[in-house]
Design a protein around this ligand. Structure first.
Ligand code: HEC
Ligand code: HEC
Length: 502
């Protein structure tokens, strides 16, 4: 689709002339704010790199148009400037990416995402600020940078798109379905309508309605993981009120087993375990208070804790200044701490924490970016190590915080007593060690004196030293002379048991 050369030259002549005569601040003014430059480099240029440069860059200039340099961009393409400063939305660049004209649709192989188009639209609206060219043309990269590949990916991947409300199929579309077989297809319930709408478009019929016995079984197993008793089943079967099922569901949601059943799913995500994984030898591998995290999760389900609160507490309950009864939420931090210990290798513990945070809350395996930019997801190693920095500068307190204020129980007093007894043992041991070490050090004073003496200049100058056995050490009995060869001396040759005087 290259333009004929004969066409290009007149076009360029026309263009250059019109540019020169343009009283256009936009074309001339290179000064843009630091904010604009940052935005251009982090948002706009990556879009061009990812979606346009292969055809409008150093290698190819389709339509005689380049999007890798400011000067070329200002010139526009074979058909003139692509930005209309008087009417930005009418700019050819914008019309082409919005697929407004069938003759110019960019990129040709598929429209950009709405979010991307919005970025470009706002950028053009703001006057298309483009920083002065830094690079000489012969230094331009031939391939997409890894950052550009990631930017392209993060733009397009379905899971990075913002949540949007979907349009429900209008009720009118439903009457063609046999409503007697599945009366909620046309119901007001949004989810039913979405499912029903899809069934319709696929030409499928809903299953027959479940009978009440099946229904109560499903409700029980799904919500509390246990079957209904005979009495519970009978009660439901004989309840003829129109909201019998709603009542049943409410009842099950109030059942404490509901939290136990559903906490299990979250505890799987939180890789919850009572133990630390392998530790050398026969060291204790249980986490003493792991269950407090388990109970926290169960309680979160049973009390209907909002999900955002649930997330915040698990990552940063220690920053919430919790008081009184709220302190029990500190147990949420078990999300980070009750993981494998990898023989206490800090880098691996943090890797595990990054993994649990990213997979748990983002549905992404960020941990791959520990060694290289993620191969399939838009996660550069820089992101991994940013997270690493956050976690590395956090620490688990050696003494776990109390998670309640009710300290007056007999168990608590028993605990305090046992703790005091242990502390006494530890203090005693420390005292014994101290005495023993002190004695040893005192006994070695002579060694140090000899060492000192020998390092004096007189010693190396050959002056005579007189060395005697250390009397104190051997209970007042001199043990040999300066050539002492007792067993101890072999351990510390020349120094043991003697002192020297000049
Ligand atoms: C696969 C190749 C390809 C990609 C990718 C591509 N273009 Fe193009 N572009 C072309 C071709 C071919 C023409 C010439 C079309 C014509 O003249 O009919 C063109 C022409 C244009 C023109 C008109 C230039 C002029 O003055 O005639 C604009 C503006 C443009 N492209 C913008 C973009 C933008 C913005 C992107 C990225 C979002 C993009 N293009 C991506 C192939 C591509
Ligand atoms: C401990 C470091 C490390 C981790 C963690 C890691 N990788 Fe890799 N990966 C490497 C190394 C090193 C290579 C290069 C191997 C070679 O080809 O010599 C590689 C290569 C690859 C390749 C082949 C790349 C290519 O261009 O041929 C893929 C795909 C890949 N890794 C995916 C992943 C995924 C997915 C994860 C997360 C589940 C992951 N890696 C986690 C170190 C790692």
């Amino acid at each position: 689709m290259k333009m004929q050369l004969s066409l290009v030259i007149p076009a360029c002549v026309f263009l250059c002339v019109s540019l020169l005569g343009l009283p256009n601040a936009w074309a001339e003014d290179v000064s843009i704010s630091a904010e604009q430059e940052k935005h251009f480099e982090s948002v706009i240029r990556p879009i061009f790199d990812a979606h346009c440069i292969e055809c409008h860059g150093p290698d190819e200039q389709e339509g005689e148009f380049r999007l890798d340099r400011r000067d070329a961009f200002l010139l526009g393409g074979g058909s003139g400037p692509v930005i209309n400063t008087d009417n930005p939305p009418a700019s050819r660049l914008i019309r082409s990416i919005e697929y407004m004209d069938s003759s110019l649709q960019m990129p040709p192989d598929g429209k950009l995402s709405d979010a991307t188009i919005d970025h470009l639209r706002q950028w053009v609206q703001a006057g298309a600020p483009w920083p002065a060219d830094q690079m000489k043309s012969n230094e331009e990269p031939k391939e997409l940078t890894p950052e550009a590949v990631i930017a392209k990916h993060s733009d397009e991947h379905w899971s990075y798109q913002p949540v949007q409300s979907v349009e429900l199929p209008p009720l009118e579309v439903f009457p063609s379905v046999d409503l007697t077989s599945y009366d909620s297809v046309g119901s007001e319930q949004p989810i039913d309508r979405l499912v029903g709408g899809k069934l319709l478009t696929r030409g499928m019929q809903a299953n027959e309605r479940a009978d009440r016995r099946t229904l109560i079984n499903r409700a029980y197993f799904n919500l509390i993981g246990l079957p209904p008793t005979y009495e519970q089943t009978e009660a439901f079967l004989s309840d003829s009120s129109p909201d019998a099922f709603e009542k049943l569901i409410e009842q099950l949601l109030d059942n404490p087993h509901y939290g136990e059943r559903w906490a299990r799913h979250w505890l799987d995500i939180a890789r919850y375990g009572d133990t630390t994984g392998y530790i050398a030898g026969s060291a204790e591998t249980r986490y003493p208070y792991a269950f407090t995290f388990r109970d926290y999760v169960i309680d979160a389900f049973n009390s209907g804790k909002p999900y955002d609160q649930f997330i915040i507490e698990q990552i940063a309950a220690d920053h919430l200044n919790l008081t009184g009864d709220e302190k029990k939420n500190l147990a949420a931090m078990g999300f980070l701490t009750v993981g494998r210990r990898f023989m206490n290798r800090q880098v691996d513990i943090i890797d595990d924490q990054i993994d649990v945070v990213s997979r748990g809350f983002l549905g992404l395996s960020v941990a791959c970016a520990r060694c290289h930019d993620h191969k399939y997801d838009a996660i550069p190693t820089a992101d991994y190590y940013s997270l690493y920095g956050v976690l590395a500068s956090s620490e688990a307190p050696p003494e776990l915080p109390l998670i309640s204020d009710s300290n007056d129980s007999p168990e608590y007093h028993a605990f305090l007593e046992a703790k005091a007894a242990k502390k006494k043992q530890v203090d005693q041991w420390l005292e014994e060690r101290r005495t023993k070490t002190e004695k040893e050090l005192q006994e070695r004073i002579s060694d140090y004196l000899v060492y000192l003496a020998k390092s004096l200049p007189q010693y190396s100058a050959g002056e005579k030293f007189q060395c005697k056995a250390n009397v104190a050490r051997f209970g007042g009995q001199p043990q040999g002379d300066g050539n002492n060869t007792s067993l101890n001396q072999i351990n510390r040759p020349n120094l043991f048991g003697t002192y020297c005087v000049t």
